[in-house]
Design a protein around this ligand. Structure first.
Ligand code: IPE
Ligand code: IPE
Ligand code: MG
Length: 258
């Protein structure tokens, strides 16, 4: 038996009163962000790349705060891709240590604010301290429901789809699912984002016009917003700008505006 996604059908909530961020109108239910540009931010200042990654954590903190304030229900952030292992070991280590430090420092506050930590990706392949901190964070925040923070770590959209195909194949082989029963819904339910609606808005800082293997299945009808602002400089006002642009979009989902 498949569980029904509890968010299904909802694409956004309409706000009656503007929040402190002076934003009214439809707020996206699910926002995804490719946290890119840390290296360029550091390079511009003649700093080591690590300084950019560290500064990027401040942007993440600001986004979580803004999403809570705006009542966004799901924030999915791309923190480390399956391809990022190609980077020098020192840089990978720095990123993993930053993750552990972020969780250690902020988990109690995130928990207090009602944030549920939900890692997506092949987490078991991460270094042991990172796995431990993530497991602890997931356990501690499991009952929270104000904001789901999906952190994509060792995440690749293609790997996620391969995984779903394998799981569905297993059900078939075991006779738990019939060939005719394979639907988009079944595939969706075997992705890391099962039970969650697809992102309404995808933000990519640093001006790159590509998806870099992020959420390939889920972005079928997601609105994109790309800015030259580098991730470490990305603040609440940029998120507000992105949502304002989103509110002007005409989401037709292949249909016609009647
Ligand atoms: C994003 O910043 C962080 C990760 C990919 C982990 P980058 O490190 O990719 O920064 P740029 O793209 O080199 O500026
Ligand atoms: C995407 O950024 C991955 C993350 C932000 C974690 P990259 O910097 O790895 O993407 P490319 O290499 O520019 O496509
Ligand atoms: Mg990059």
């Amino acid at each position: 038996m498949l569980r029904l996604p509890f968010f299904r059908g909802k694409t956004g909530v309409s706000r009656e009163k503007p929040s402190k961020l002076e934003l009214s109108g439809e707020i996206p239910t699910h926002i995804a962000i490719i946290m890119d540009g840390n290296g360029r931010w550091a390079q511009k200042r003649n700093l080591p790349r690590a300084a950019g990654h560290r500064k990027g954590v401040e942007s993440l903190r600001a986004m979580v705060e803004a999403c809570l304030e705006l009542e966004v229900k799901i924030l999915t952030v791309y923190a480390f891709s399956t391809e990022n292992w190609k980077r020098p070991k020192e840089e990978v280590d720095i990123l993993m240590n930053l993750l552990v430090e972020y969780l250690q420092k902020e988990i109690n506050e995130l928990d207090r604010q009602g944030v549920r930590i939900s890692p997506i990706g092949e987490i078991s392949r991460l270094p042991v301290p990172a796995v431990r901190q993530l497991e602890k964070a997931v356990k501690q925040t499991a009952a929270n429901d104000r904001l789901i923070l999906n952190i994509a770590l060792n995440y690749g959209g293609r790997a996620e789809i391969v995984n779903a195909v394998k799981e569905v194949a297993r059900l078939l082989v075991n006779g738990e699912l019939a060939f005719e029963e394979i639907t988009e819904e079944v595939i969706s339910q075997h992705l890391a984002t099962k039970d969650m609606p697809d992102p309404d808005l995808l933000i990519r800082p640093s001006g790159e016009y590509r998806i870099s293997n992020f959420l390939l299945w889920q972005i079928a009808y997601t609105e994109f917003w790309i800015t030259d602002v580098l991730w470490p400089d990305f603040r609440k006002e940029h998120l507000v700008e992105a949502i304002r642009a989103y509110q002007k979009r005409d989401r037709r989902f292949g249909g016609l505006r009647l």
